[in-house]
Ligand binder design. Structure first.
Ligand SMILES: Cc1cc2nc3c(=O)[nH]c(=O)nc-3n(C[C@H](O)[C@H](O)[C@H](O)COP(=O)(O)O)c2cc1C
Length: 234
């Protein structure tokens, strides 16, 4: 059975817009037969990496010297086939999510090589992760707004020599709901997200059309700008 660890970095946890996308994504992966475990960065007590001498690389390879909740997460991550990083865009990431990404360092073996002019490493042999996926929501209109977040997760995958298996991106995600209820468009997005999760497990990757359906505009750019600016006038 394919094991998935999903980490949601939204400070609003299960009440947030990111959770609106993460829940159906997990449902789709579960429908396809995978075993998914979800963590919220906000519930985990994880300190920033303070180990500039790279203890986890050279003093005790694979071991983190900071004894906090990452010690619960490391074994789960080693056993996972797929890592899903879920986050709102926060120019670019919420701090807790960045801290967790930094703390993935002990999973990486410092066997360095140069690929396409870049220094890269790889996961230790005892880390099963073969794919990393991004799930993200933002408030602005355009998909380009996710560029930095996508690049961060792509970099992580390239550094660890595993596949970046794609990004499920939902711009102006808050418009999926009106008065706490999913709109018709919101329901269509949820259904496409669920399909993306299913495809990831069953087909080994998410179809481009499915991801485009997840991201498609729910409103014109002018109208969204107008709404934001009008709210400011009140
Ligand atoms: C500190 C902060 C920074 C943000 N920066 C951006 C941004 O750069 N681009 C964007 O599209 N949305 C930005 N947003 C909006 C959130 O990404 C968006 O509302 C997201 O869906 C919130 O997800 P959540 O409810 O799970 O936290 C920002 C929100 C906050 C609080």
């Amino acid at each position: 059975m394919i094991k998935v660890v999903a980490i949601n970095g939204s400070p609003r946890m299960d009440k947030g817009n990111t959770a609106m996308i993460v829940a159906p994504f997990i449902q789709g992966m579960t429908d396809a037969g995978s075993d998914v475990e979800l963590f919220y960065t906000r519930r985990l007590k994880v300190k920033p990496c303070t180990c500039s001498e790279m203890f986890c690389w050279y003093s005790e390879p694979g071991e983190c010297c900071i004894k906090d909740d990452m010690q619960l997460l490391y074994p789960k991550l080693r056993e996972a086939d797929i890592l899903v990083l879920a986050t709102p865009v926060y120019i670019p990431l919420p701090g807790d999510m960045q801290i967790i990404i930094n703390r993935l360092c002990p999973l990486i073996e410092p066997f360095l090589e140069t690929r396409k002019g870049r220094t890269r490493a790889r996961f230790h042999d005892n880390v099963k992760i073969r794919k990393i996926v991004l799930v993200s929501t933002g408030g602005w209109w355009e998909k380009g707004n996710f560029g930095t977040v996508v690049r961060i997760v792509e970099e992580l995958a390239e550094d660890a020599s595993v596949e970046f298996a794609g990004a499920v991106l939902r711009p102006h995600a808050f418009l999926m709901k009106k008065e706490e209820e999913l709109t018709k468009d919101g329901k269509a997005v949820v259904s496409a997200v669920r399909r993306a999760g299913y495809e990831l497990i069953k087909e080994g990757g998410m179809n481009r059309e499915t991801l485009e359906t997840v991201s498609h505009p729910l409103i014109s750019e002018e109208e969204l700008r107008h709404r934001y600016n009008k709210a400011l006038e009140k």
